[in-house]
Design a protein around this ligand. Structure first.
Ligand code: F6P
Length: 320
């Protein structure tokens, strides 16, 4: 069986350990592993190459993806998807493994329905916004990058009487902001999923300043697009000099954490163990187990933030 892997959408740390495991475990099982470079764009352009264990030596600790990634606009055009299909046929590829997010899986689903190209999807994105799934490859490293950044910002914040507003990535999903605010002792956490109350926060902050509070750490999700406003709010309403830090793409990089490397290997194992008996599935991680799901089931559900985590963060949102 010839199996090709590609990485699609925003790269995330842990993709390389997954690629390494894919090659090694495929060879172990007697499958022929292939790389598709540059994601769906590369599939359209026929950038397909047989992979060997020599290609994946020394990549386990590296962030990013050695086979690169892309966000393909051409994929929306059936003519290009046909080209992609012909490229796969010319290389006799039997099944595609895609590492990516919701958008990438939908792209694959269309492809499967049109050309009957079998696939397995593995969730990978720092956003952690896939329904019926609790962990996507890249999330743990991103959380650790944010932790490190907040620790460093706290050094300067605590040396001045200032408020620091830190913007995390995640598109419309507040997972990174929520988890980071709780894990790193922030005073404020604003995310798109939960209505917040600045008046309540103000009352509490003014009281705390009276009691001796000297600085603030606020974590704001990029999806809200209010980072600058919150910085100004601290100045006008709280009377604190403030600075905004947009963490940006550093959250996508960094050496994959131990958890990331282990989970990446497990995702690949589950995918390859099922390519013959149970293909065309997304491998999800849910309730501490790996569960194969139909894309339909995922598409028709909405991701939910962890309720206990939301409970822990309520007072950081001004919810009393
Ligand atoms: O989906 C991953 C992600 O990093 C989002 O958190 C962010 O909004 C987006 O990608 C940034 O996209 P780009 O790398 O294309 O600027």
């Amino acid at each position: 069986m010839k199996i090709a892997i590609l990485t699609s959408g925003g790269d995330s740390s842990g993709m390389n350990p997954a690629i390494k495991k894919f090659v090694e475990y495929s060879l172990q099982k007697g499958y022929e592993p292939y790389f598709i470079y540059d994601g769906l764009e590369g599939l359209i352009d026929g950038k397909i190459k047989k992979a060997s264990y020599k290609d994946v030596g020394g990549i386990i600790y590296r962030g990013g993806t050695i086979i690169r990634s892309s966000r393909s606009k051409r994929w929306f055009d059936k003519e290009y998807r046909k080209k992609a299909y012909e490229n796969l046929k010319n290389h006799n590829i039997d099944l595609l493994i895609i590492l990516g997010g919701d958008g990438s899986f939908r792209a694959l689903d269309v492809f499967y329905k049109e050309f009957k190209v079998s696939f397995m999807g593995i969730p990978a994105s720092i956003d952690n916004d896939l329904a019926l799934n609790e962990y996507m490859i890249g999330v743990d490293t991103a959380l650790n990058v944010i932790r490190h950044a907040i620790d460093e910002i706290r050094d300067t914040a605590s040396s001045f009487s200032r408020a620091f507003v830190i913007e995390t990535m995640g598109r419309e999903c507040g997972y990174l902001a929520l988890t980071s605010a709780v894990a790193n002792g922030a005073e404020m956490c604003l995310i798109p999923e939960v209505p917040f109350n600045l008046n309540n926060l103000k009352k509490r902050y003014l009281k705390e300043i009276n009691e001796g509070r000297r600085y603030f750490i606020a974590v704001v999700a990029e999806g809200l697009k209010i980072t600058k406003k919150i910085k100004e709010w601290f100045e006008k309403e709280i009377g604190f000099e403030s600075r905004a830090t947009i963490l940006g793409h550093i959250q996508r990089g960094g050496s994959p954490t131990v958890l990331e490397r282990l989970r990446a290997a497990e995702f690949i194992k589950v995918a390859l163990d099922n390519v013959e008996k149970n293909p065309n599935k997304i491998v999800t991680y849910y309730d501490d187990k790996f569960i194969l799901r139909d894309l339909e089931e995922i598409v028709n559900s909405k991701y939910e933030l962890n309720k206990e985590m939301l409970e822990l963060a309520k007072h950081l949102m001004g919810i009393i």
